[in-house]
Write a protein that binds this ligand. Structure first.
Ligand SMILES: [Cu+2]
Length: 176
């Protein structure tokens, strides 16, 4: 949950505004695209932008690489034809403000479900679905998160040096 902690301080990054299939939706068996629309722009970052999908048996559903659409406000991925049952979708994108944002949601697939709205993805040249391991998106080891961790480590080091140099600095003087 490190990513969520890093992303939490700012509220302007790319929250999910709309999706198809969206949270709680019931979409038709055989759907093959996922479209996510965000409230802020998304960087075209192949490393950061990831979508994974878990099917009703807990197995990973094959998903293609993420394509940025909607003039940078949305993403599309191609999936294997969806089978009936509960699905869990994990998404992660790099906001234009430099924050990595991620979340997950569930939706249903059934023979009586509504066709997924793939209109926003029709013009996109989507990468073919690739088999993946189940278990969602792993904790990222990315330049952004690494930089934050490095800054924290440097900050702690500088603070320690300063407090060492300060003559007569006692425990009560140190900042919390
Ligand atoms: Cu942000």
């Amino acid at each position: 949950m490190l990513t969520l902690a890093v992303a939490a301080p700012a509220s302007a990054h790319s929250d999910l505004e709309d999706a198809s299939p969206g949270p709680g939706d019931d979409v038709a068996t055989g759907s093959t695209t996922v479209h996510l629309l965000f409230g802020e722009g998304v960087e075209d970052d192949d490393e950061a932008n990831q979508v994974t999908l878990e099917g009703p048996d807990g197995d990973a559903v094959a998903v293609g690489a993420v394509s940025v659409v909607d003039d940078g406000m949305g993403v599309c991925v191609a999936t294997d034809a969806l089978e009936p049952g509960e699905h869990t979708l994990d998404w992660r994108v790099m906001s234009v403000d430099g924050h990595l944002v991620q979340s997950r949601y569930a939706f249903e697939v059934s023979d009586g479900g509504e066709p997924a709205d793939g209109a926003a993805c029709e013009g996109a040249d989507l990468a073919a679905p690739e088999a993946a391991d189940a278990g969602g998106i792993p904790t990222p080891v990315l330049a952004g998160g690494g930089a934050v961790l490095l800054a924290a480590a440097v900050g702690a080091f500088v603070w320690r040096v300063r407090s060492d140099r300060r003559p007569g600095a006692g425990e009560g003087d140190t900042p919390a």
